[in-house]
Structures are given as structure tokens and as C-alpha cells.
Ligand binder design. Structure first.
Ligand SMILES: [Mn+2]
Length: 344
């Protein structure tokens, strides 16, 4: 298994590539969408998801000794009508196919996606992790429908007439993702790219009147069975899995270790509708056991810390990531040493 670091669009800097390398990472998972921009700029995101940008970012990372392992998430500007089954669906599927082909051309073998309408929603940031570290928590907040012209917490059409997105049923959502995968998986196979599905965070059956896709551990199987292919895999998020009310993280790893694209390695305390994101060693998951099960299942890919609480210092995000990566590196080293001792 290799260590990676996830970086948001604005964090794709030479200093952060060096930081990753210094923490023992070999790989970067890049977010090309700017999540700080409430109204999405389509032209700018077209540029971010172009072959030129992919090649440039890869070269910049390679110059600092790390690899561009994955692009995480399509931009809502590119696929809102795929998610919402809107009038631009066909045109946007063509755009997604081009992104997959370009990733293949750039030698980027992994694309993470989250087929979700309401997206990551309802989190607040409070001092709930150890020692009062600031972190994301979910405590059953009041819900409102999604405004028209928005998806995944972004406004893609600021001129949309006032109104809300009509309720979407689970059956309708599964039909939409099936059509998405039937069209995109063959392109991914041809391009040599893996599509890796992130579960719904928070994993509730309905958020903002719209159904959620993978909010139960047994729905990972349901998703993979839609279009079975070595190029359709999971972006297995251990934190989100632990937030689910059925099954457990360890069973999920045992069941799917051979079907994982890459792993979001984070810990959490509690389950929906009440949970807190915490440090790796203070949550409900035994993270060393999770690593052991990933190894036993033959997973040899990349682990990234996903999120971490912010540490009270001048560099709260970097310190949190450094702590997580140091913990992960030590645990991997320990597992290898125990294997050698046991003559495995
Ligand atoms: Mn995640």
C-alpha cells in the first residue's frame, strides 16, 4: 500500500507537493473543482479539467518526486444534468467521456466520483475532536430543499427561475447512475482508467428531498453489480462507511478489498444522524485492524487521509495531515515488521 495526500484545487502548489513527499507520500489525489466558489465558472473549470492542465500538474508533481494518482470528483459544472437528468445530459456525458479519455492520455489511472445530488451536506465545524481540535460534525440539522439551478452545494445556473429541485426517488437515482455507468465504463476500459465511487456523506437515505445512492454498506455491492468491470471500483471511505447504520467497516473491507480503487483513510465517532469526524486514533474504527484487513485482502493501492481535524497551531491543516500520515506510515511499517517476524 502507498500513502497519498488529497489536495484541493487551490492547494495544488509546489510547496504542498513537497510537503507530501516530506511526509512519505508517493501519490497525490487532486481535486480540480474549486469548492470555495459558490457559483461555478464553467470556462475556468473547462481549463482545469483539460488535458493540458492534467499534463502540467503531473509534470509539476513529478518534479517534486510525487505522482498524480487520481483526480477526485467531476465538477458539477460538467455533469449537473447527468445527476439531475436535465436537458444537457447527452452533451455533458460527452464531456465526461472526454475527461476520462484525457486522463488516460495523461497517464492518470484513477478518477474518483460521487454520484450525489445534495453532495456532502449539513456538516458544521466545531471544537469536537481531542483537545478541542476543530472538526466537521453532523448532528441532524434541519433540512431544506435544493434551490433550482444548484447541485452538490454549487450554483451552476445563477439565472435559474426561483424554485426548488423536485424530490428524487431512490429508484430514479439508481436508474440515473446505471445509465451513467453503462455509457462511461466502456470508455474507462478503453482509456485504461478506473472509475472509483465514493459513498454518500452523510449516508442518510434522503437529504434535502433527494434520495442518496450508497448510504448502506450492502449498496456497495449493488453499485458494483450495475456494470461489472475491473474499471468500475470503489473510492472506499472508511469514515463514511462507519457512519452507516447497517453492517460494519471490517466486513465491508473483507467483502470488497479486491474492488477498491483507492481508500479514504479517516475515522469517526458515531453514526448518522449524529457523528463527529475525529483523529485517526480516537474514533470508532480500529484503523490498524482496517489496514490489516486491506493487506489481507490484497489491496496494494493508495490510502489518503481524506479529512482530519485542524490542529491548534499556525498551520492547522498541514499539522492535521502530518499527524495522520505519520500515524499511517508507522502502522504500515509495524504491519510489515510483524509479517517479517512471522515469516510471511
Ligand atoms: Mn471520503
Amino acid at each position: 500500500m502507498r500513502l497519498g495526500l488529497g489536495l484541493g484545487q487551490r492547494a495544488l502548489t509546489r510547496d504542498n507537493f513537497r510537503f507530501a513527499r516530506q511526509m512519505g507520500c508517493t501519490d497525490i489525489v487532486a481535486h480540480l473543482t474549486d469548492y470555495t466558489e459558490p457559483v461555478l465558472d464553467l470556462a475556468r473549470h473547462d481549463e482545469m479539467y483539460s488535458l493540458d492542465t492534467m499534463l502540467r500538474l503531473k509534470a509539476q508533481m513529478n518534479a517534486e518526486g510525487v505522482e498524480l494518482h487520481a483526480i477526485e470528483n467531476f465538477c458539477p459544472a460538467h455533469w449537473h444534468d447527468v445527476l439531475l437528468d436535465g436537458p444537457k445530459r447527452a452533451q455533458q456525458m460527452d464531456r465526461l467521456k472526454r475527461i476520462v479519455r484525457d486522463a488516460g492520455r495523461a497517464g492518470i489511472r484513477m478518477l474518483g466520483y460521487n454520484f450525489s445530488l445534495a453532495g456532502v451536506w449539513g456538516l458544521s465545524y466545531v471544537e469536537a475532536a481531542r483537545g478541542g481540535a476543530r472538526t466537521a460534525v453532523f448532528h441532524d440539522p434541519p433540512q431544506s430543499p435544493m434551490p433550482s439551478g444548484s447541485v452538490w452545494n454549487f450554483i451552476y445556473d445563477p439565472d435559474a427561475p426561483p424554485g426548488v429541485v423536485a424530490p428524487v426517488s431512490e429508484a430514479e437515482l439508481w436508474d440515473r447512475v446505471r445509465r451513467f455507468l453503462e455509457e462511461l465504463v466502456p470508455v474507462a476500459e478503453e482509456a485504461g482508467v478506473v472509475l472509483a465511487a465514493h459513498p454518500d456523506d452523510p449516508p442518510l437515505p434522503v437529504v434535502r428531498d433527494t434520495a442518496r445512492l450508497v448510504y448502506r454498506t450492502d449498496y456497495y455491492r449493488r453499485l458494483l453489480d450495475l456494470v461489472p468491470s475491473p474499471n468500475s471500483r470503489l473510492e472506499l471511505c472508511l469514515g463514511t462507511t462507519a457512519e452507516m447504520t447497517d453492517g460494519d467497516v471490517y466486513e465491508t473491507i473483507r467483502a470488497h478489498a479486491g474492488e477498491i480503487g483507492y481508500v479514504h483513510f479517516r475515522n469517526v465517532r458515531g453514526k448518522v444522524p449524529h457523528y463527529d469526524e475525529v483523529f485517526l486514533d480516537e474514533g470508532d474504527i480500529d484503523m490498524v485492524e482496517a489496514l490489516r484487513l486491506l493487506r489481507d485482502g490484497g489491496f496494494g493501492g493508495v490510502l489518503i487521509p481524506d479529512h482530519t481535524p485542524s490542529v491548534a497551531c499556525a498551520a492547522p491543516w498541514h499539522a492535521g495531515m502530518a499527524y495522520a500520515l505519520g500515524y499511517m506510515r508507522a502502522a504500515l511499517t509495524m504491519l510489515r515488521a510483524l509479517d517479517e517476524e512471522a515469516g510471511r
